[in-house]
Design a protein around this ligand. Structure first.
Ligand SMILES: Cc1cc2nc3c(=O)[nH]c(=O)nc-3n(C[C@H](O)[C@H](O)[C@H](O)COP(=O)(O)OP(=O)(O)OC[C@H]3O[C@@H](n4cnc5c(N)ncnc54)[C@H](O)[C@@H]3O)c2cc1C
Length: 410
């Protein structure tokens, strides 16, 4: 029984490791080295309090204004707009009040397990020292700005996620580099961050091989199948025999699912980071400023600044002006943040219009499974997704009902 996992990002690597541990014979297949996709440069946050659907009216009502502002937190490249219409209509459909309540519960069910599952995974792989003890601070200029984000806090209260509202002085006591413009903050103690998310993928891939798993390089261009999958076809003409295939190729997954006549409304929400090696300040907590749409995370290689969404498809070249704008915004919260020695990076968040990932068996082809569309939370959800997929594939009973995460829900 051979299981081929397509995509060695954090999702595929965690799944391959989990399945190999359960005794499956697993091939982890990627056209690139493990962890070079979105999982390489994300903001490193186990962001358990960030599961709110992006389709909330309070968010999407701001989108037209943002789109007119070339430096706004969401940018759609004009040439890409027509291609985005079907996805955007589904996004709007996911904003009905009853639908939103259901989506919040589905995100909360995953996030409620995410930190414990991540800690288990880190213990098993002896990577406990890779996660911070400190949480995350969400920043606000004043009470009015906090009130505008009140919906977020109310959702967290409804699902029992830990948080503490503090004033600006208390926030500066925790993070002295913060500007005195910050009048309020919310501390999320369970939003931890990894020192280096790429290192986590590499370590998982190594463990997977140590357990007998097999890493393979190859660009998947097709499948052999009847009503059952039988092989994966590669661009160089090779075929890898497979009894089971798990598709977790990040933002590229819909190109593969299409080959199986199983379309997925998947888009890329392109995001940027700037890794600052000599930032001139030190930080213990990660910070987010919801009104200014950026995040800053202390990582092993310096301070990482990121955020923003750019809708421009999988093939357009990066526009690093977006990374520079984000650094300027971060400097309003952290006036001492220097940006002299840095690198910039762009990655593809695999985004579904309803914000909830697909964790599912195929509705079309026996032996095919999907773990796709983890959006802004792929690192956060990886350990939980791997555990749920492991149960689903090996016939165990997943800890949560996976029906809402099925592929044919759209
Ligand atoms: C700027 C930014 C900040 C983020 N911050 C956070 C954060 O703080 N916390 C969080 O939880 N998440 C965050 N995310 C989201 C997170 O990074 C993603 O959800 C996650 O990395 C997706 O993982 P993946 O394994 O699905 O995809 P990827 O890491 O993109 O991996 C997909 C893999 O599939 C391979 N592949 C694709 N097509 C083929 C093919 N045809 N044949 C063979 N291989 C193929 C690719 O080479 C790639 O290695 C952020 C993302 C970005 C861009």
């Amino acid at each position: 029984m051979v299981t081929v996992v397509i995509g060695a990002g954090i999702i595929g690597t965690a799944i391959a490791y989990d399945l190999q541990k359960r005794g499956r014979s697993v091939v982890l297949l990627d056209r690139d080295a493990p962890g070079k996709g979105a999982s390489f440069g994300n903001m490193a946050s186990i962001a358990v309090t960030e599961f709110m659907p992006a389709s909330r009216p309070s968010v999407w009502r701001q989108i037209p204004g943002w789109m007119l502002d070339p430096e706004g937190p969401v940018r759609v490249r004009p040439s890409y707009m027509p291609r985005l219409v079907p996805w955007f209509l589904r996004f709007i459909a996911a904003s009905r009040p009853a639908k939103l309540r259901a989506l919040e519960a589905q995100g909360a069910a995953l996030c409620g397990r995410a930190l414990a599952d991540t800690l288990d995974l880190l213990r098993e792989t002896e990577l406990e020292d890779q996660i911070s003890e400190q949480g995350c601070l969400s920043l606000y200029t004043d009470a009015a700005e906090f009130k505008a984000d009140r919906e977020h806090i109310e959702i967290l209260e409804r699902f029992g996620f830990a948080h503490e509202v503090i004033d600006g002085a208390a926030a500066r006591a925790l993070e002295p580099a913060l500007s005195d413009k910050i009048g309020m903050a919310v501390r999320f103690p369970d939003n931890r961050s990894m020192k280096d998310p790429y290192k986590l993928v590499l370590a998982l891939a190594e463990r997977f091989v140590a357990l007998g798993g097999h890493n393979e390089r190859g660009d998947v261009v097709g499948f052999a199948r009847s009503d059952q999958i039988t092989a994966v076809k590669l661009a160089d003409g090779r075929e890898i025999a497979a009894d089971e295939v798990v598709i977790c190729a990040g933002a590229f997954s819909s190109r593969l699912s299409k080959l199986l006549d199983e379309p997925i409304p998947l888009e890329t929400e392109r995001g940027y980071h700037t890794q600052i090696m000599a930032p001139g300040i030190t930080m213990q907590h990660s910070i987010i400023w919801p009104a200014r749409a950026f995040m800053v995370t202390p990582t092993a290689g310096g301070i990482r600044v990121g955020g923003t969404v750019e809708m421009a498809g999988l093939d357009a070249p990066p526009d690093y002006r977006r990374a520079k704008v984000t650094v300027r915004r971060a400097q309003t919260a952290l006036p001492g943040l220097a940006c002299a020695e840095f690198t910039e990076w762009m990655g593809h968040r695999p985004a579904l219009p309803d914000t909830v990932p697909i964790i599912s068996v195929s509705a079309k082809v026996r032996g095919v499974f999907y773990a796709v569309g983890h959006g802004h939370l792929g690192l956060t959800y990886a350990a939980t997704t791997a555990r749920l997929m492991g149960d689903l594939i090996t016939g165990g009973r997943p800890e949560i009902d996976l029906h809402p995460y099925r592929i044919n829900r759209f």
